[in-house]
Design a protein around this ligand. Sequence first.
Ligand code: HEM
Ligand SMILES: *[C@@H]1O[C@H](CO)[C@@H](O)[C@H](O)[C@H]1NC(C)=O
Ligand SMILES: *[C@@H]1O[C@H](CO)[C@@H](O)[C@H](O)[C@H]1NC(C)=O
Ligand SMILES: *[C@@H]1O[C@H](CO)[C@@H](O)[C@H](O)[C@H]1NC(C)=O
Ligand SMILES: CC(=O)N[C@H]1CO[C@H](CO)[C@@H](O)[C@@H]1O
Length: 332
Amino acid sequence: MCSHSLIFHANLFLLLLIVGCHAQLRVDYYKNTCPNVESIVRSAVEKKLQQTFVTAPATLRLFFHDCFVRVRIVTTGCDASVMLATRNNTSEKDNPINLSLAGDGFDTVIKAKAAVDSVPGCQNKVSCADILALATRDVIALAGGPSYAVELGRLDGRVSTKASVRHHLPHPEFKLEQLNQMFASHGLTLTDLVALSGAHTIGFSHCSQFSKRIYNFRRRKSIDHTLNPTYAKQLQQVCPKNVDPRLAIDMDPVTPRTFDNQYYKNLQQGRGLLASDQALFTHKRTRDLVNLFASNNTAFEASFVSAMMKLGRIGVKTGNQGEIRHDCTMIN
Ligand code: HEM
Ligand SMILES: *[C@@H]1O[C@H](CO)[C@@H](O)[C@H](O)[C@H]1NC(C)=O
Ligand SMILES: *[C@@H]1O[C@H](CO)[C@@H](O)[C@H](O)[C@H]1NC(C)=O
Ligand SMILES: *[C@@H]1O[C@H](CO)[C@@H](O)[C@H](O)[C@H]1NC(C)=O
Ligand SMILES: CC(=O)N[C@H]1CO[C@H](CO)[C@@H](O)[C@@H]1O
């Protein structure tokens, strides 16, 4: 009995340790080692964004996926594990769900890392995980969204497995309860879920992610009745049944390149592209929040920033749990 309970407590302690690590993140973490890291990353991100807008949504989604994935009880968390590549294609990014992970997100971090490492004194001092967190803040602000101070001090992880992705990323056909459960397992509230989903105010989705909604809703060859009928017709036009699987369309049809609260206004009109988006308005539990964010951009931005800070603390590695990778795609 006693040893059992000891083991139980040891496990609990380990969990607490993992959960409690974020306490060590600090906004001025690189003050002495690479004081200009923020401006170096910012200019690399600006340059990349000028080349292609996809930089913004791709980087934001990459950060979300990195932070959410976990292996068994241990969250691999915000540790740039999503960037690791293995020769045998068995890492996180090799999971089919990543189809969405546009190469430009990876490229943004690789370029910003190269810019940081080219500054004398900064070489191999800043983690890929922190660069991804900074670049994410920068793309949001550059796309017209809020800016915020990024907490730093994450180390890069050494583990990345394809299998870990499946059970830990939300699916576009998840019901509100499933979405809520998954977010809650990371310590995120229903308000965080609604606010973070606002990230779909920029970026693209492949037709396959919502084709059931416009062609075969509940296997009855009908249209999802929560979709605005005009929007449903437009979607059928841009995404015919035999569409090129590589085609991706704007998730926010009104202001696709601006990080604003238009996403919530779209939901009010049945113009949420994914079932998981529209569910936020369909359900009474979250409808008031959607209405609030649609009518008050300040309220949306405040909730979004607060939720992003919480997202950025998931599974953070410090001490001997991680390293500062020299190459973001390989462990040292
Ligand atoms: C609530 C559950 C969520 C679900 C079910 C979901 C699902 C999806 C799906 C299916 C796509 C389209 C992928 C594709 O076809 O390429 C997508 C795109 C995207 N998601 Fe989410 N997502 C969720 C939450 C989030 C969160 C929390 C963020 C960030 C904070 C986020 C950021 C993005 C971005 C920026 C894109 C556009 C990617 C691009 O254009 O490259 N998503 N999401
Ligand atoms: C794939 O490669 C990694 C290291 O590069 C190794 O740990 C893993 O066992 C390999 N997996 C398979 C299925 O071969
Ligand atoms: C891994 O993926 C790359 C790029 O998609 C491909 O060129 C390579 O052949 C794959 N390797 C294996 C072992 O499947
Ligand atoms: C919008 O939300 C902010 C932040 O929650 C609040 O301070 C402000 O009073 C709200 N504005 C209106 C018009 O309700
Ligand atoms: C960016 C990236 O690594 N994307 C990969 C996602 O998964 C598909 C197929 O599973 C790969 O072909 C992509 O290379």
